[in-house]
Design a binder for this molecule. Structure first.
Ligand SMILES: [Zn+2]
Length: 249
């Protein structure tokens, strides 16, 4: 299929149902300036996967919070970035009733910032920190932690240590059931900017595909499920691709 025909086909599939669910991965956020940790210059390559796995781990957080926060502040406390064109288009599409929900692996809060209302973030949200004291559970925003005078941030209510509200290695994903239910109940699933290698989300998408419903992939490079897609759109820029698709709607 020519590119133009692919855009048209995707637009037709989107127009056909009110029950489209979008799954997004790192690819959509690199366009907003967020580094892809698994990408070419990502920390998985530069520091080594073992080091990342051991530092970004719930055990390290509990036993060596200073090591954890030294690392976390260096690599995960990004200066705030703005949503990309793709984030904004997805929010507009939700408003128009073309998208029911976004399930994302990203922790950058950019879908919410762009205006998407129904976002299921399975790896949490790096813009929030939560108090680790069970009876307190106070939430603060990342700016509180950015401006905190010590390396290890403490709760403003009870002075217990704060934890990023993200899923660390050794922790289960968030909203597991909700994410799986909404993916499996979709009539059209669109994966954007993910190579579908991170579980369990990739597993939910695999389960959806087993039902042989329509399945669209918009990504740079191959994914684990290209062979079962209804349409695969290979693109260097998901924002441009979505723009083209919207022009055909
Ligand atoms: Zn507290």
């Amino acid at each position: 299929m020519k590119e133009e025909q692919i855009y048209e086909k995707i637009a037709d599939l989107l127009a056909d149902t009110r029950n489209t669910v979008v799954v997004t991965g790192a690819g959509i956020s690199t366009e907003a300036g967020i580094p892809d940790f698994r990408g070419e210059k990502g920390i998985y390559r530069t520091l080594g996967e073992d080091k990342v796995l051991s530092l970004l781990n719930i055990k390290t957080f509990r036993k060596k919070p200073r090591d954890f926060y030294d690392f976390y502040r260096n690599y995960f406390m990004m200066p705030q970035v703005k949503p990309s064109r793709a984030h904004c288009l997805l929010a507009e599409m939700e408003k128009k009733g073309l998208i029911r929900a976004v399930v994302t692996q990203n922790i950058d809060n950019l879908h919410q910032e762009a205006g998407s209302k129904r976002v299921i973030a399975v790896h949490g949200n790096a813009e929030r920190f939560v108090c680790t004291k069970f009876t307190c559970n106070t939430l603060v925003d990342a700016d509180y932690v950015r401006n905190f005078p010590e390396i290890i941030p403490k709760c403003p209510q009870c002075e217990s240590i704060l934890k990023p509200d993200v899923v660390l290695f050794g922790e289960p994903i968030k909203n597991h059931r909700q994410a799986r239910d909404i993916i499996l109940s979709a009539q059209l699933l669109v994966v954007i900017g993910s190579s579908l290698t991170v579980y369990p989300l990739a597993g939910f998408v695999g389960e959806y595909c087993a039902s042989r419903k329509n399945f669209i992939i918009i990504n740079k490079g191959p994914t684990a499920l290209d062979h079962v897609s209804t349409v695969k759109l290979e693109t260097n820029h998901t924002g441009d691709a979505l723009e083209q698709i919207c022009n055909h709607l």
